[in-house]
Design a protein around this ligand. Structure first.
Ligand code: GLA
Length: 723
């Protein structure tokens, strides 16, 4: 709901459990009054008296330090507010100070459809507040979208050049909000290849905490998500504020605690090395930021993000449709395959009950290792006699669908594409390009490159029966420069690159609406809400170890739905860690996402094959919970000796629990896991244990954990029983 109170120039925005209040102050600035628990509309005047007074016009004029006390909705530079600005505009004369004043606003149903960049799809209600810069010809439109059934507030900004001369945007963040200082803690997620999204909670402290990526993608290193937590915030209690970006390129998110009682949250496209020329009459649209308020802990925050992403960001044709259970040949064969091996894999996998065979890297060009072939998207008939048709026919014979791996943004120096167009690879003349995995990145800021790659991939998808595409991206960008951009536009390179990626993803998914796309970047190196707009699931990590995955999936679930996570059962010893974990555990952990297999099934014993078959049958029965249910994280694998998560159906009639003992203990203490998230007043049966209890007892007393060995797991199916 959005209400404007004309007499006091105040805006009341509210969602399911929060409200967001702003007003235009006496000087015309847009000021935040409150972001947090839902308070009555009638209390706006009270808030103005509380928050508004210290920044009255007189005080601002007398003492410019007062500008650092303002709870601003748009941080500016050069006018006495020394916190980090959210918008910086450099005019032709070199001046970079700004001061924005309210002009007007509109309130409309729906959410803005941003062109060329992923965004929330529809519904809700949006207020656009128009501000004018007193120091330049810039105008800003701040968009706020709210939903009655969600705790997510969607924000972004559009900067318009209303003057005659160009200006340069040196910083164009998507949002800025100042909160009263509350001695917050901050949660961020860091990582690396095979160690994605590890949560870390520290005190916020004073000064700026800046999370950012500079590699051209949302990255492994730091995730485009942060969360402020009140000191007593836990998994299912306490107040926290989250923010994540619907963006896949270089980002920055900052939390700044100053000495005057404010904490500024802001973020968007990384402003380091960024500069965007906005000509007269042109505008620049920033990506959307998803702000989430929870007063029931991190769990509620995660469930809010999960619902928004699957209901309003993912492609609706796939968001809630059963996900294909795949067998992928990568860890089974790597590059070393031929018809015989692939057919054997297909035949065996079909017997287990999978839906789709995915042919991974190595099927095209001269691609027998990672040193050649990328960019040559035509089948290597020496390796696969009869081409893709032979493989697809084999799949069909077995009742399977077929999926294919691409790495559209890349080129190998040893490839026909590179020999024909060496200038299409990102480079700077005179500087030897750094290779990553022996490959170079194509310059997706160039339209002809995007057009070419679209054409070749579209040809393959048109002429073959392909129902699934895995879109990989195995290195980050260096020598960030495009020969097609003038020198003064090189600061646009990184954002233009990701716009090129979005364009290709958009054209391919639009032209082939029935093809299911999975994202990937050496695992989870570009796992973000922007990519999920095009690809309903992303390969979570190249690390499929039955223990490491509990941590990676736990972290990822903080701000994404389970269905976004592609999770495979792979061989033991694990190829990344060398660890042995039971097949049942690997299957149980993979069932907490879009499940599949990635191992040489022919090498499995009959007993193991039967176990996989049973896992697949069991997974099909709970897959609707994975697609639609609510996640409760019950025991965390970072600080506890047990991992445990539960998915509960929205109507609270059934639930699915997966637990894993990490290290076995001699004479272990009896430990209980509290099944928080069921309906207190209902009675439930835990089928595997054959016990019944009320939701209240299961949540408050809990269930004794079974005594298990290293990395052994348990699964409980829970159902409501009528009293
Ligand atoms: C990346 C992916 C893997 C696999 C290989 C192929 O590492 O994450 O799943 O596709 O590339 O080269």
């Amino acid at each position: 709901m959005i209400v404007y109170q004309q007499e006091i120039k105040a805006f009341y925005l509210s969602g399911k459990n929060y409200c967001y209040l702003m007003r235009v102050d006496g000087s015309g600035r847009l000021q935040n009054l409150h972001y947090g628990t839902k308070i009555p509309l009638s209390d706006i005047s009270y808030l103005i008296a509380q928050v508004g007074d210290p920044v009255s016009r007189e005080l601002v004029d007398l003492n410019f330090y007062a500008n650092e006390r303002i709870f601003s909705e748009c941080g500016v530079y050069g006018r006495g507010d020394y916190r980090s600005p959210s918008i910086v505009i450099e005019r032709k004369d070199g001046g970079i100070m700004s001061e924005f004043r309210y002009v007007r606003h509109t309130i409309e149903d729906g959410a803005p459809a941003l062109e060329g960049i992923p965004h929330v799809r529809c519904s809700g209600q949006t207020i656009t507040i128009f501000l004018r810069d007193l120091c330049s010809d810039a105008e800003i439109e701040l968009n706020y979208t709210v939903y009655d059934d969600s705790d997510i507030l969607v924000r972004n900004a559009k900067i318009v050049n209303a003057g005659k001369q160009s200006f340069c945007l040196r910083k164009a963040f998507s949002f800025c909000v100042d909160l009263p200082d509350n001695n917050y803690k901050i949660l961020r997620m860091h990582g690396a290849w095979t160690r994605e999204r590890t949560p870390e909670i520290t005190d916020l402290g004073h000064g700026i905490v800046r999370l950012q990526s500079t590699c051209g993608a949302s990255s492994f290193g730091i995730h485009p998500f942060l969360c402020l937590l009140e000191q007593d915030c836990r998994e299912e209690k306490g107040v926290c504020y989250g923010v994540q970006l619907v963006y896949s390129g270089n980002f920055a998110l900052t939390a700044e605690r100053n000495s005057f009682g404010t904490v500024r949250l802001s973020g968007g496209i990384n402003d380091e090395q960024f500069c965007w020329e906005v000509r007269s009459g042109e505008s620049f649209v920033t990506p959307q930021a998803l702000l989430c308020y929870s007063e029931r802990g991190l769990g509620e925050l995660s469930r809010g993000y999960a619902d928004l992403i699957r209901e309003r960001i993912m492609n609706p044709a796939f968001a809630f449709a059963p996900r294909p259970i795949v067998i992928n040949n990568w860890e089974a064969t790597y590059f070393n395959f031929n018809n015989e091996k692939i057919c054997a894999l297909i035949d065996e996998a079909a017997k287990l009950g999978v839906d789709t065979f995915v042919l991974d890297d190595g099927w095209f060009g001269k691609r027998d290792s990672d040193s050649s072939g990328l960019g040559d998207w035509y089948v290597n008939e020496k390796k696969l006699v009869g081409g893709l048709t032979a493989v697809i026919d084999r799949c069909k014979m077995n009742g399977l669908k077929f999926g294919l791996w691409f790495e559209p943004e890349m080129v190998s120096p040893d490839s026909d594409l590179y020999r024909a167009h060496p200038d299409w690879a990102i480079h700077k003349d005179g500087i030897k390009p750094i290779r990553g995995r022996r490959q170079l990145v194509l310059d997706f800021t160039r339209q002809e490159v995007v057009d070419y790659i679209f054409r070749v991939i579209a040809d393959i998808l048109r002429s073959n029966d392909i129902s699934y595409v895995k879109w990989d991206m195995n290195r980050f960008i260096t020598e960030c420069y495009s020969a097609s951009l003038p020198s003064y536009r090189q600061g646009e390179f990184m954002h233009r690159y990701i716009l090129g990626v979005y364009e290709l993803a958009d054209r391919l998914t639009t032209e082939f609406p029935k093809v299911f796309f999975e994202g990937c970047a050496s695992g989870g190196g570009r796992f973000d809400a922007g990519m999920l707009y095009y690809f309903p699931q992303i390969w979570t990590s190249d690390d499929t170890d039955g223990y490491e995955r509990t941590k990676i999936q736990w972290g990822t679930s903080l701000c994404y739905p389970l269905s976004a996570m592609s999770c495979h059962v792979s061989a033991c010893p694990n190829h990344q860690t060398g660890r042995m974990t039971p097949l049942s555990t690997r299957g149980a952990i993979a069932s907490l996402g879009a499940s599949g297999y990635e191992l040489n099934v022919s090498a499995l014993s009959d007993e193991e094959k039967n176990a996989c078959k049973e896992q697949i049958t069991a997974y099909r029965k709970i897959s609707d919970l994975v697609l639609r249910g609510d996640l409760y994280r019950l025991s965390d694998p970072f600080s506890e000796n047990c991992f445990c998560e539960m998915i509960v159906s929205k109507d609270k009639r059934c639930a699915y629990v997966v637990g894993e003992q990490l290290r076995a203990m001699p004479l272990p203490n009896t430990r209980f896991v509290k099944l928080v998230g069921l309906a207190e007043g209902k009675r439930y049966l835990i089928k595997e244990l054959n016990i019944t209890a009320s939701g209240k007892t299961l949540a408050s007393v809990g269930v004794a954990l079974p005594k298990l060995g290293d990395y052994e797991s348990f699964i409980w199916h829970i159902e409501e029983v009528k009293i």
